[in-house]
Design a protein around this ligand. Sequence first.
Ligand code: AMP
Ligand code: TRP
Length: 330
Amino acid sequence: MIKENKKTVFSGVQPSGDLHLGNYLGAILQWAEMQDKYSCIFCVVDYHAITVRQDPAVLRDRIIETAKMYLAAGINPEKSVIFQQSDVSAHAELAWILNCSARIADLNKMTQFKEKAGKNQETVTVGLYDYPVLMAADILLYNTDAVPVGEDQIQHVELCRDLAQRFNRQFGETFKIPELVIKEEAARIMGLDDPAKKMSKSAASPANYIALADKPEEAAKKIIKAVTDSGKEIIFNKDNKPAISNLLTIYSLLSDESIKDLEKRYRGRGYGEFKEDLAEVVKEFLTDFQERLYKIKDSDVKDILRAGAEKVRPIAEETLSRVKERVGIK
Ligand code: AMP
Ligand code: TRP
């Protein structure tokens, strides 16, 4: 499972809301594609989720639901590890040690914190502020080579690299420096109701996103209602046609057809026809996805998560032990 001669990939999603097409296309689909080439570890990052208020009963369900989404998206537990972050206590321990190298000035630059905290910078939790350090711990514990994420996580992976380099300089070679992996065309799927903002589970309106658990019929309606641009040509141009470019991106990634081919197919045809066809593609994708999703049993997911944590715990503990020695507490 932890393939000796293969490079290690680590990534995760928070079990904090409805996973949507942006998460799927920007992150999870990439993960599934990396499984044969790399030794992959995919985490349900529950410690990240509690940086904002969660209903305990809902969170408990969402942890299982998120792991099911990984499985339905094609993450194969025979090939890759799936586990729940809090099952490996080394994450919290390493985060603490890294906290003692991380600088306030660096965390103050994090745009995601600034966006999430908004005007409440003084009243949001310390956890939300510190979350990039926990994320760095997640990555560094497994001697990770590559971290596949969407665009909004670039800054956090860069902070992780900086922290690792600083630690290595101060205490001697300890951490492997991970590389960021971005699938350019999928890294930022935009909102259906506003192509200037990314698709997000915290969007004000559900018309913004297609949740992976949306009823296929409803999702199709969201595509039909999606905002379009002025003009009527179906061409990819992010600056002048952000809405159509976003829909073309979704179409291309779900159907595995190139954007060029789609542009050719829809030359001279209107937005209406294009959206009808895309609605059908989305409907079919969700129908298949959910057929797999609803077959997965909670008890099987719990077994997979438990086995996953057991597999990776020794790796995490070895790294933590090395770190403790370096800083002089062991
Ligand atoms: P989160 O929902 O913040 O836990 O994000 C999980 C993963 O999905 C991360 O790798 C994000 O970068 C990615 N992601 C979230 N929203 C989008 C989006 N709109 N487009 C592409 N990737 C996204
Ligand atoms: N912060 C990431 C997000 O919200 C999730 C995450 C936590 C993560 N730890 C990670 C992603 C480590 C990659 C590697 O999307």
